[in-house]
Ligand binder design. Structure first.
Ligand SMILES: Cc1ncc(COP(=O)(O)O)c(C=O)c1O
Length: 478
């Protein structure tokens, strides 16, 4: 696609000059951002086309981050826009305490079909088509999904006759959302310490890569699988030390990207976690808010790693950014504990006004259809392999600068060498500023840079992004 040439239209009240505008921007509360600083160098987006987004100065940027792991179908997808528009005309909202809608049923049907095969089969659950398969709780955002999954886990054990099982074990470095429960599961102080004390009953374990770091030279001789298995065994020790009869669930992101780092565990870690959870009647929850819906070149991280969760949270790319949409997929053996006579009060005691909104559901169904019709999972694998290869070549060019390249599918990134760039020197943030100047958006942490372009990205578009990334790297030292 040629770069659009439409004349820039400054967003009302948000131009960069003038005290009034700065004052207004200081009173708009953006996520995780010092608004005084933002008001000095504001960034106001006005429109998008394909994999590009424009700001109110008229400058176009390549979106190497899909917004924030959301815009998988790019900007201006006609199928999804039409579905949203038609549904808005037909029925934009329906009484959620009284019933559901056709788009919600149609989306749930698609999700049941796409749910990782391992979720249907791994625990003696009936195969789909024979009355089994997952249940679907529709929601509007990632934090709603992780909160709901953790509440489902706690209520499941109560319904199943184990009322003392309530503790949740999460991972240091993980991010599960901004609400109090999701934040309690989150494993980095940067996001949560100002809100403490948080919800009781949350514990954390270290990801496999921390073991390697702690073992120093010896760590270099350990395989990924060994680090993964030991990390999972530490979860087992934690469950045993806490009393298994008090532990409800383990929650992890298959691959995590947060202010605390970029973690890609080996499959052996998930295999070990699955076995340990089964042994202790602990539910395994995957937070697939980032990794779901094709990001890894499979529908879900569970497919990528080949290991089943009991509860799977998805959001972000699920609606392609055209509507707030999320869900929890619930393995049938878990869901069966919620089906009973109303007097038993076993129904899930949880709800949100906009959960299952018909417009959002129509968007979600159209997004799935688009991914299938255009073979976007295969595109994610193909383009992801190309992106990975190019990042590896950066590493060969700058061996003293880049310590590691890792990722899966169209979620790939690199980590700076901490010997050259200690965390405090924030090379990622410097890269972000260089990229912004040159027209590229990526996810830049203190010590890493991650690319997650829309699943529709072409090779030429990737080449454009990588040419800018190469320039940024060349300008970074010093
Ligand atoms: C892995 C993960 N889980 C949960 C969330 C929370 O999702 P939301 O911001 O939609 O509430 C996020 C958001 O970035 C996330 O990355």
């Amino acid at each position: 696609m040629a770069v659009p040439t439409t004349a820039p239209v400054p967003a009302h009240g948000a131009t960069t000059d003038g005290q009034a505008d700065r004052d207004l921007l200081q009173h708009l509360v953006l996520d995780f951002r010092q608004m005084r600083e933002f008001a000095e160098t504001p960034w106001v987006f006005t429109r998008g086309e394909g994999v590009r987004i424009q700001d109110d100065t008229g400058k176009w940027y390549l979106d190497g981050l899909s917004g924030v792991f959301v815009n998988s179908l790019g900007y201006g997808n006609e199928r999804v826009l039409a579905a949203a528009f038609n549904q808005l005309n037909e029925l934009h909202f329906a009484p959620p305490l009284h019933g559901t809608t056709k788009p919600a049923i149609e989306l749930a049907e698609r999700l049941r079909r796409l749910a990782p095969a391992v979720m249907h089969g791994a625990h003696g659950i009936e195969q789909e088509g024979q009355g089994g398969g997952v249940a679907v709780k529709l929601l509007s955002g990632g934090s709603e999904a992780t909160e709901a999954a953790m509440k489902l886990a706690r209520q499941y054990h109560k319904n199943a006759g184990h009322p003392r099982k309530y503790k949740i074990i999460a991972r240091y470095g993980g991010y599960h959302g901004g609400t109090l429960g999701a934040l309690s599961a989150t494993g980095s102080w940067e996001r949560k310490s100002v809100f403490e004390p948080l919800v009781a009953g949350f514990l954390h374990h270290h990801p496999p890569r921390v073991l390697r770091e702690l073992f120093g030279e010896l760590g270099k001789t350990l395989s990924d699988a060994e680090c993964g298995i030991v990390s999972a065994r530490l979860v087992e020790r934690t469950i045993e030390a806490e009393d298994p009869e008090t532990v409800a669930a383990v929650i992890v992101e298959p691959i995590s990207i947060s202010s605390a780092g970029f973690t890609v565990p080996p499959p052996e870690y998930y295999q070990a976690l699955r076995r340990i959870c089964d042994q202790h009647d602990v539910l395994l929850i995957y937070d697939e808010i980032i990794t779901g819906f094709g990001r890894l070149g499979e529908w879900f991280g569970a497919d990528y790693f080949g290991v089943a969760p009991d509860l799977l949270c998805c959001g972000k790319g699920m609606g392609g950014g055209y509507a707030p949409l999320a869900a929890v997929l619930i393995a049938d053996r878990v869901w069966q504990a919620f089906l009973a006579n109303p007097e038993e009060r076993k129904e899930f005691h949880h709800g949100h006004t906009f959960a299952g909104n018909p417009v959002a559901c129509a968007v979600g169904a159209a997004a799935i259809d688009e991914i299938e019709a255009r073979g976007l999972l295969a595109n994610a694998r193909r383009r992801g392999a190309y992106l990975r290869g190019r990042l590896e070549s950066f590493r060969r060019r700058y061996p003293q600068m880049i310590a590691d390249v890792r990722g899966a599918g169209l979620l790939q990134g690199f980590e700076y060498d901490p010997a050259l760039y200690p965390k405090s020197s924030k090379p990622g943030k410097r890269f972000e500023a260089l990229a912004r100047e040159r027209g590229l958006i990526a996810r830049c942490g203190d010590e890493f840079v991650v690319f997650a372009p829309p699943l529709v990205v072409t090779r030429d578009e990737l080449d454009e992004m990588l040419a800018i990334a190469a320039e940024c790297l060349a300008h970074l030292p010093g």
